[in-house]
Design a protein around this ligand. Structure first.
Ligand SMILES: Nc1ncnc2c1ncn2[C@@H]1O[C@H](COP(=O)(O)OP(=O)(O)OP(=O)(O)O)[C@@H](O)[C@H]1O
Length: 266
């Protein structure tokens, strides 16, 4: 399916990444990445294995710091605020910039409690308020109709595709401004993949989305903007080209991007 896209005329950067270097210990994984992620748009990050796509998006809400000793240089501004400033509240940052991973990771609890989890951690809503939040997050993640009669059942009994939409509902429940998705459909069957793509399309506009994907057709279908990453001779990831998705896939400026999107490399 191809979705109609309308590239916005006034673009507001939700995230501004400036000359970002990222190191695991002493090993540099990405080198001087500079790009904007525009509000309300879907931005795809594509590129060959090991070029730093996951590293890059995990640096955008500082979830990468959970992976051990990492070092970050450069800046990431979230609506003008430096997310690497010492005073940043990490819980709040990760609520505002939510994340969905490749492998669905529901908590071992009921469907309802999964979605309510983050909301309960941050506030004390009444039962009725919480019911409303859970319902609207599940509707937002296009899962409500499938689970509304089984909210008390374990999330682990859902199919892989349903679990992934539940994880999206869990992220939506705390009202993020940005949703980062790291290959959200790569472990799913084609029908579940299509549902995730439709969902991305329906969330676009009110939500800013950055998605890492290996699937170039998927990037072409769902995104408004695309960043192509690759590695240099020393195998450090860099961003080669960033542009409107249509341009990247039909008339890229850099020959490395052209080769990759035309399947000649990677
Ligand atoms: N936790 C980690 N510790 C050390 N090195 C890591 C870690 N995670 C990733 N790397 C290294 O950083 C580089 C970039 O990895 P990353 O996973 O970001 O690439 P990717 O483009 O997302 O790859 P893939 O498409 O295979 O998922 C690789 O060389 C990888 O081995």
């Amino acid at each position: 399916m191809n979705y109609t896209k309308s590239v916005a005329t006034t673009l507001i950067p939700a995230l501004r990444v400036k000359s970002l270097n990222f190191f695991y210990g002493t090993r540099q994984a990405i080198d001087r990445v500079t790009m904007d992620i525009y509000q309300g748009q879907v931005t795809a990050i594509i590129g060959p294995s090991g070029c730093g796509k996951s590293t890059f998006i995990k640096a955008l809400n500082r979830i990468s710091e959970l992976e051990g000793k990492v070092k970050v240089e450069g800046q990431v501004e979230f609506f003008g605020q430096d997310i690497y400033d010492r005073r940043v509240n990490l819980n709040r940052l990760r609520r505002e910039i939510g994340m969905v991973f490749q492998k669905p990771n529901p908590f071992p609890m009921s469907i309802y409690d999964n979605v309510a989890y983050g909301v309960r951690a941050q506030s004390r809503p009444s039962r009725m308020q919480l019911d409303d939040i859970v319902e609207s997050a599940l509707k937002g993640a296009a899962l409500w109709d499938e689970v509304k009669d089984n909210l008390k059942k374990s999330a682990l009994g859902l199919s892989g595709g349903q679990q992934q939409r539940l994880c999206i509902a869990r992220a939506l429940a705390v009202k993020p401004k940005i949703l980062l998705m790291d290959e959200p459909a790569s472990a799913l069957d084609p029908i579940s993949t299509m549902k995730i793509e439709e969902l991305i399309h329906s969330l676009r506009g009110e939500l800013t989305i950055a998605i890492v994907t290996h699937n170039m057709q998927q990037a072409a279908r769902v995104s408004d903007y695309t960043a192509f990453f690759s590695t240099d001779e020393s195998r450090i990831g860099q961003m080669v080209e960033f542009d409107e998705t249509e341009k990247i896939f039909s008339d890229a400026n850099d020959p490395r991007t052209k080769d990759y999107v035309e399947g000649r490399f990677g």
